[in-house]
Design a protein around this ligand. Structure first.
Ligand SMILES: [Zn+2]
Length: 293
């Protein structure tokens, strides 16, 4: 789920420290370094802890009452939330992992148990935020995810408008070779399923285009050749009576226009890929992905 983004400003932070305002952070964890940028820090911090507004997690890090569990776990272990966990926190599609991924807040720190320790290729300054921003989280994830999943995460970040190509170029420059490959393979996808489908079909050398606009129908997820439409069905976007009717309507329109339509679920891509590949292969071998004549 997409979390709201932090909306604090220096003025808002100042108001929080002097007790006249709330702090709007969905992660609910703040560093003393950030708070100390405001006036009169030590006394103010003590006062916020005394009133129960803040609770100390470990040296230099405090939580608000409704803090995010994964963020608190990462910080309590001696790190900050990064990699797939930070990406999921920002609303970016990643394969699910219930163990928080963390990187050490300082290089000398060894993370406690309960988190997945993610390495980062180069030295970074000590973090002031409890959750890594998108570009940095993608950089960490380039060592943790397979290339295929990393591309899906980059696709998702771009689709959500949370990352731009130049920023990622910079962030992934120092990352593994996989990071560069992922950036080169990124394309427009509206779901993780769609991204995996595109990558796998391309790896089998099927001629695939993404998000193709078809007159009278709108955009379809993937088009193989000229007329084989493949729609990636995710539970998030295709559940409920309204979505069900809309999907059937699209299928009928596409069929009436002469297209072939195949719908593929996340489970099929992940657990039954050979069957999906066989079905597409059969249509393509029969030449049915091209207009007759
Ligand atoms: Zn990781």
């Amino acid at each position: 789920m997409n979390k709201p983004r932090s909306t604090w400003t220096p003025a808002g932070l100042h108001a929080f420290v002097d007790g006249s305002g709330d702090l709007d952070t969905p992660e609910g964890v703040v560093s003393a370094r950030l708070l100390r940028r405001q006036a009169d820090p030590h006394e103010a911090l003590d006062a916020l802890v005394a009133t129960g507004t803040l609770e100390r997690i470990r040296r230099g890090w405090y939580r608000l009452r409704d803090a995010d569990d994964a963020v608190v776990t990462a910080v309590a272990a001696g790190g900050v939330l990064t990699c797939v966990s930070a990406l999921a926190f920002h609303g970016i599609w990643v394969p699910r992992d219930d163990i928080p991924h963390a990187r050490p807040a300082r290089e000398t720190i060894r993370l406690d148990t309960g988190v997945h320790h993610c390495s980062i290729a180069r030295r970074l300054p000590s973090p002031v935020l409890a959750v890594d921003p998108v570009a940095l989280a993608l950089r960490t994830a380039s060592a943790c995810l397979t290339r295929e999943y990393l591309v899906a995460a980059v696709d998702s970040a771009m689709d959500a408008g949370l990352a731009r190509h130049p920023d990622l170029e910079e962030a992934l420059w120092w990352s593994s070779h996989r990071g560069h490959e992922a950036l080169a393979a990124t394309d427009w996808a509206q779901s993780g399923t769609e991204s995996l489908l595109r990558q796998r079909l391309r790896s089998l050398r099927f001629p695939v285009r993404t998000q193709v606009s078809i007159d009278g129908v709108g955009r379809v997820d993937l088009l193989v050749g000229d007329r084989l439409v493949i729609e990636a069905d995710s539970v998030a976007h295709h559940t409920g009576a309204q979505a069900y009717r809309a999907d059937r309507h699209r299928d009928l329109m596409l069929t009436a226009l002469g297209y072939r339509v195949v719908r593929v679920s996340w489970e099929q891509v992940t657990f039954d890929w050979p069957a999906v590949a066989r079905a597409v292969r059969r249509i393509v071998d029969a030449g049915e992905h091209r207009w007759p004549g």
